[in-house]
Design a protein around this ligand. Sequence first.
Ligand code: SF4
Length: 349
Amino acid sequence: MSMAHKKTTYQYLHDKFGDHAPDFELTLKAELVDEIQTLKKTRNAVVLGHNYMEQVLYDTIPDFRGDSLALSRQAAQTDKDVIVFCGVKFMAETAKILNPNKTVLIPSLKAGCSLAESITAGDVRELRKRFPGVPIVSYVNTYADVKAESDVCCTSSNAAQVVRLTLKKWKSDKVIFLPDEFLARNVAQELGVSIIIPKKIASAGTRTARGQLVGWTGRCVVHEQFTTEDIKRVRTEYSDVLVFAHPECSPDVIRASDFSGSTTAMINEVNKHQGKPILLLTECSMGDNIIASNPQTNILRLCMVRCPYMNQITLKDTRDALKYMQYQVHVPENVRVKAEIAVQRMIAI
Ligand code: SF4
């Protein structure tokens, strides 16, 4: 938000969001934004905002915006004393892993993630026993103790590259890729390698299947909702529509789309196709945020899909986070040290 033109925060919000937000809401939000900007200075804090944050919060208070990889990089470079992570818990933990001496705050304790909750550190240790010597790549959407049991982390923007390099560097014919089943299947498809999901194979009574990627059964509650039927329906109505899908969508959806990439890659792709109708198969707030910064773009969305975890982060909670210094993120040092190795390998790639 640039206030160089001396508008009040309320005027700025009214000009930008007045068409679809009631006046009382903008008045309230403007007061919160002003309070947060003051508290940021008092606390010497930086605010990181994930692309899935609600429109007004996303537009006004973050010093840096982006996907989890971009924000991890920013977290690693900040010289501020306090990091407020407007995102979900695994992201705030990653910031703490990279900044053990800084105070990291998450505005809501309810900001979890269905993927991160799908796997435990004990599950990873079991997989290590079952596949001895096989390197483990964990999606950054995991908690710190799972990262600590992993060899390297990845995000949706570099997953295939990380798997490719891990196969080469570990001189292994297999990689364990956790915990997102769809992302694993999409990476396997991109790299042309086979995949097994041990949990499913175990329940089917066979343990002998071989594959180059060993996956898990985690799912993103947002991206698993999109179907090829959704794409067909929109293509019938808009014959020239371009479909961009996040790689946490199912392989069938990815195959039926024109482009698949992380949230940042999707934003870049939207910028290359100004004027064309584009269907975004990802979290709805991100569509709102892209439209707000590209008003000429013809973005279509299936707007029933808001991440219930990202949705927990509000301006009021963010104000309270800075006011009361809550909720502080703690990662035990023995876990942090091991997790940092995996995260730093990802950042280096
Ligand atoms: S959008 Fe999916 S992967 Fe991202 S935080 Fe929500 S549940 Fe987790």
